[in-house]
Design a protein around this ligand. Structure first.
Ligand SMILES: [Ca+2]
Length: 422
């Protein structure tokens, strides 16, 4: 339902207000130029059937920025339930021997799970979490030098004096009948502290050069949202740190007076999906407002616009943005209206599904689907919704060492699922 203020705003736009009108001739993201020319014709036809757009007055900045043609996987897919009984699980990470670490969001529990589905007792020694709302124990990753040091890394909502905030910790995993972590170090704290149970962000991505990306949310409440483009705050940022928490000296804001030196990119809303592609570049999907989920490829020092520009609106129907474009702000590679509610992401590099090579997979919460994107020259050229028959919110998707996809469903009896060719 449109509000009166939106009607007035639109009237002003239509009457001519060039500085705020979406500019179809404005600068666009530069497509990648390193890939060979297309060999197969691009998909064509209607998009994935979804509901009508929530904000139809906002138009894409370039063809294919939303509602790419629907595609259909030709490979028959087998879904195997490996384990269940996880209370709202959030993340999976593979140990070198193919066992998995699995986190439970509200309880703050971490489990070790065998490929056959046997679950360890909860790992002891993790610091307490603030498990309310979207908080809790979130992502987990196995350190790049795990074989030598046994370190694992995780994100969680940290209870603090005066509020809470996302933190990243690492510790040595000690196996046994009662597994535990030893020597817990908090290596990063999102600042400032604020009381909010929403928009925690929290994905961790190690890069081959030994750095660690952490994706952050803007806390949702207005006091946080307004800091998303402010380099003096961690809210609404991708940050990049060394595994000990120190700041890489080639970060973009290390010499900016007053800036948080961990910042990599700014202007994000709530980043619950992050993955590297075959070229080791970071991609993210942001949980947007109503009609505004975004796929972005965050580059150092760039501004992705939230809350100034975007394609969505408040869940009340009230407008957020005067425009979808603005000077100095990047366009999303792709957006969804209506939203998918993204969480979890992997870009497929395995051998089990040759058809899925370099496809982007995103867990869908409200969309209750595994979203598959076909890419060409860093643009989305096809979209599919897989596993809609499960009627389950998909929280996490990762590629296993053998090339299968592993998923978590977001339920009080959450499941660990495995996808293989049938
Ligand atoms: Ca944006």
């Amino acid at each position: 339902m449109r509000t009166l203020s939106m009607t007035i705003l639109l009237a002003a736009l239509l009457a001519g207000c060039p500085s705020k009108r979406p500019n179809p001739d404005g600068p666009l993201p530069t497509p990648g130029d390193t890939e060979p020319p297309p060999e197969e014709p691009l998909p064509s036809g209607p998009p994935v059937p979804t509901g009508p757009a929530n904000v139809p007055e906002f138009q894409p900045a370039f063809p294919g920025q939303t509602r790419a043609p629907a595609i259909q996987t030709k490979t028959a897919v087998q879904v195997t339930e490996i384990a269940s009984g996880f209370r709202n699980p959030w993340a999976i990470a593979f140990l070198p021997d193919q066992r998995m670490l699995v986190t439970e969001k509200p309880t703050g529990s971490l489990y070790i799970v065998t490929p056959q589905g046997a679950k360890s007792p909860a790992v002891a020694g993790l610091p307490p979490v603030d498990g309310r709302g979207q908080g809790g124990l979130l992502d987990v990753e196995v350190g790049p030098d795990y074989a030598q040091r046994g370190l694992i890394y995780w994100t969680y909502y940290e209870p603090r004096s005066g509020g809470n905030g996302l933190a990243v910790a690492r510790a040595k995993l000690v196996e046994g009948a009662q597994p535990r972590v030893e020597g817990v170090q908090v290596i990063f704290r999102m600042m400032p502290t604020l009381e909010s149970t929403l928009h925690a962000g929290g994905r961790l991505v190690f890069t081959p050069d030994g750095k660690l990306f952490v994706t952050l949310g803007e806390r949702s409440i207005l006091a946080g949202r307004v800091q998303a483009r402010d380099v003096r705050s961690h809210f609404g940022k991708v940050v990049r740190i060394n595994p000990d928490g120190s700041v890489p000296l080639d970060n973009p804001y290390v010499n900016t007076e007053g800036a948080k030196r961990e910042i990599w990119s700014v202007g994000h809303r709530n980043i619950l999906s992050a993955a590297l592609d075959r070229q080791q570049r970071l991609w993210i999907v942001e949980m947007g407002p109503r009609g505004g989920d975004e796929l972005n490829r965050p580059e150092a020092g760039k501004d992705y616009g939230w809350p100034t520009i975007g394609y969505g609106e408040e869940y009340s129907g009230a407008p957020i943005h005067e425009s979808t474009q603005g000077p100095g702000m990047e366009q999303p590679v792709y957006y969804w209206d209506p939203v998918i509610s993204p969480s979890g992401m992997t870009i497929y590099t395995g051998e089990l599904f040759p058809e899925w090579r370099d496809n982007v997979f995103i867990g869908g919460l409200s969309s209750q689907a595994l979203v598959r994107l076909m890419m060409r020259n860093d643009r989305v050229v096809g979209e599919e919704r897989l596993l809609t028959g499960l009627n389950a919110r998909i929280r996490e998707v990762v590629q296993g060492p053998e090339g299968a996809l592993y998923l978590l469903t977001d339920e009080t009896n959450g499941k660990l699922l495995k996808l293989t060719p049938r």
